[in-house]
Design a binder for this molecule. Structure first.
Ligand SMILES: Cc1cc2nc3c(=O)[nH]c(=O)nc-3n(C[C@H](O)[C@H](O)[C@H](O)COP(=O)(O)OP(=O)(O)OC[C@H]3O[C@@H](n4cnc5c(N)ncnc54)[C@H](O)[C@@H]3O)c2cc1C
Ligand code: FES
Ligand code: FES
Length: 502
């Protein structure tokens, strides 16, 4: 790559900072605590679950600078190049921040270990609320959403929620606004220099190409390198499984992968679009997608993780693939040889095996926007917040005169890959929506999958839940006045009810 820079460059608070990356695996958390001696940011789980390590990452975006709560334990330091990192120390450096004050006022901390993470998440919420310029106060749902990725074992959430309300009704500190204006100017100037990052050491290299062309070049030069997107999987390979990556290519600085383009017929989401950014647009397709993405990890995980990563990792329990398959999505896969487009369901070949050759990467996913499609999806997990699916069912059908003309049903958690229920689809196609069809479709569904028993659910539970989700879909298709039944909280007992209007 031409003009490459060899040191990671970022704003630490308001301080321009350059770091020689001796080890491409260095996490932001380890850098902060060990190298920068900013020990206010804590390490709890080191796997993105507890939020003790939450920091704010400032990045230049279309609308200006924005601050995203992020789990520093699973961010690699090279990923913050040309960005700003704010820790709990930076918030209170000049004058105590309103969130810190509110946590003290409301007794939002006992042992205090989790507190810096909470403070950073709430500072992110206060920032987001102030950007909206709305007079309506932040509501409980927004507070819960911002706190879902922060675990407190001793205070209890009541005082923390009270602190959130108090802090979000206070204005942003004036010093914060002045600092962000300066930070934005610096970050924009750095970005405009257009220099890609390429740090090489005897332990390997970390490269962050800034164009598709540069990506092709560096992938050809290093065919075995690991492609890194949001690191919400890869971070754990390092912190939990002890892997040491020697060649890392970060995709997060390539504008072509960050695009989200929509017209009347289709929505194309670049592989590098974060789950949080994608959620607004996906939610317009169906409110179910809004609910699903709200339950995808936590705010921190969604800010970091990408749509492309959720597909490319080939996980059988990834939340987006079943949904995208049911919607009839196609995957665009790029290499130096050009771009090929495949139906998404053919991408998942077997457990851990995807249709992705060396030198190829996922460029985007294209979702046809078909207004006649009756789409629903449901995630079943043990907890509402921050839990991996035991079963995820996604259903999309087109009806003509009460007859099913076209149907795609896809499940996560039921097989070694996200998988369509082909037998069930066949039992539905060309049939009226009535009790007999449902009974046949349920029987067929039982032959589609042979799920496993693991810590999330037993095989029997999974089969049963999948059948019940099918029945729930039938209810949704055939009944117009059951809104409460769709609510996750009133889930139990549905399969015992007869479905009306068959
Ligand atoms: C606390 C926590 C909660 C989570 N909750 C959920 C959840 O509720 N639902 C869920 O589905 N997942 C969940 N995950 C898993 C993870 O967040 C998602 O799978 C996420 O979408 C991965 O994206 P990423 O950008 O972080 O991928 P990375 O970790 O950067 O990469 C993952 C894999 O994809 C490859 N890759 C990434 N982008 C590309 C590309 N463009 N082309 C080719 N290969 C690529 C990488 O090489 C790697 O093999 C959770 C993870 C954590 C840590
Ligand atoms: S230490 Fe638990 S999320 Fe980072
Ligand atoms: S104050 Fe102790 S874990 Fe939250």
């Amino acid at each position: 790559m031409q003009n490459a820079r060899g040191r990671v460059r970022f704003l630490l608070g308001s301080q321009p900072t350059e770091v020689e990356l001796a080890d491409p695996n260095l996490t932001l958390l380890d850098y902060l605590r060990t190298h920068a001696r900013l020990t206010g940011t804590k390490e709890g789980c080191a796997e993105g679950d507890c939020g003790a390590c939450t920091v704010l990452i400032g990045e230049v975006h279309d609308q200006g600078l924005r601050y995203l709560p992020t789990n520093a334990c699973i961010v690699l330091l090279g990923m913050v190049d040309n960005k700003q990192v704010l820790t709990v120390e930076h918030l209170g450096r000049e004058k105590i921040h309103p969130v810190q004050q509110a946590m003290a006022d409301q007794h939002g901390s006992q042992c205090g270990f989790c507190t810096p993470g909470f403070v950073m998440s709430l500072a992110g919420l206060q920032w987001a609320a102030s950007c909206k310029n709305e007079s309506t106060p932040v509501d409980r749902a927004q507070i819960d959403e911002y706190l879902a990725g922060n675990l407190c074992r001793c205070t209890g959430y009541g005082p923390i929620v009270s602190a959130a309300r108090e802090a979000c009704s206070a204005p942003l500190p004036e010093s914060w606004q002045a600092h962000t204006a300066v930070a934005e100017t610096t970050l924009r100037a750095w970005q405009n220099q257009g220099q890609p990052l390429c740090c090489t050491s005897d332990r390997g290299f970390f490269a962050a190409p800034r164009s598709r062309a540069d990506l092709h070049t560096i992938m050809s030069d290093h065919p075995g390198a690991t492609l890194l997107a949001g690191a919400t999987d890869i971070g754990l390979w390092i912190t939990k499984w002890g892997q040491r990556l020697s060649a890392v290519i970060y995709l997060g600085q390539i504008p072509e992968l960050q695009r989200l383009v929509q017209n009347d017929e289709k929505l194309e989401i670049g592989a590098g679009v974060s789950l949080q950014d994608a959620s607004t647009t996906l939610s317009e397709i169906s409110p179910d997608l809004n609910r699903l993405l709200r339950r995808f990890g936590s705010r921190q995980v969604r800010n970091q993780g990408t749509v492309g990563g959720n597909i490319a990792n080939g996980s059988p329990i990834g939340d987006l693939p079943p949904v995208l398959i049911a919607l009839g999505a196609r995957l665009r896969i790029a290499s130096t040889g050009g771009v090929r487009e495949i139906p998404l369901d053919t991408f998942f070949v077997d457990y851990g095996q995807q249709d992705l050759a060396p030198g190829e990467f996922v460029e985007s996913v294209v979702i046809p926007l078909d207004r006649d499609l009756r789409f629903r999806c449901w995630k079943i997990a043990k907890r509402f917040d921050q839990d991996i699916s035991a079963v995820l069912g996604a259903f999309a059908a087109k009806l003509e005169g009460g007859i099913v003309r076209e149907v795609r049903i896809c499940f996560g958690g039921m097989a070694a890959t996200p998988k369509r229920a082909r037998q069930c689809e066949a039992a539905l196609t060309g049939q009226p929506l009535d009790h007999e069809t449902l009974a046949r479709a349920r029987q067929a569904l039982a032959t589609d999958f042979d799920p496993i028993t693991d810590m999330r659910a037993s095989a029997h539970y999974r089969q049963r839940a999948a059948g019940n989700l099918l029945e729930k879909y039938f209810l949704a298709m055939t009944t117009t006045d059951l809104p409460d039944l769709y609510d996750e909280k009133t889930w139990p007992g549905l399969s015992n009810q007869s479905f009306a209007n068959g």
